[in-house]
Design a protein around this ligand. Sequence first.
Ligand SMILES: [Zn+2]
Length: 234
Amino acid sequence: MSESERFIGITSFKNPRVKFDGKHWYLTVAVEVSPEVTLLTDEVIGVDLGVKELRKLEKQKKRLQRQSARKYKAQRQSGTAVIKGEHLMKSNNQKKLEERISSLCRRQANIRNTYMCQVVSDLVKTHPLAIVMENLNVTGMLKNGKLSRSIQEQAFGAILNQTEWKCMQVGIELLQADRFYLSSKRCNACGYVHKELKLSDRIYICPCCGHRKDRDANAADNLRDYGKLLLTTA
Ligand SMILES: [Zn+2]
């Protein structure tokens, strides 16, 4: 509540809830705000969602989880495992390892939320006429082969919700591309669809016209143009 500029126009607080995740306590509260009147530019922005930050954390977590599983196995094989009832007693080291894993999960969620809020509010602050996003039904599967599908879906779903809400507040139109629209594979310069483009290709190089651009930037350009077309034909 120390960030005063985030709480402008609040008329009331509602429905406070307290949550405990095993280590930290959280207080959530809904606020009612009076709608602000905002002048929009004629800009259309295409958004391609990147997930590099999440990938790094996921790697770290997987490593710890493997380490933990190895410790259990070694314990069983060496016969030092202590079985009490049906449960394997955990050593102090295992407890510490598990604590680190759950703290990483928490950090992952925090980074996701902070990143999401930052991205969305930066976008909305420019007051564009419309924001165009890819269809999340496809991105969840295609976006990043090294991240679990559920993590990507969670992150994208949360970004979409947050964007929807912020756009609604200031009257920005939020458009989603058709799920069959290939924003990553299409060349923004000539329209050629590069079917062989792999997830690992970070630079888009068009085999047809030679157009060369960062993969995500090319996709964002396509989404922007897609949105412009949609608005003019509507
Ligand atoms: Zn091209």
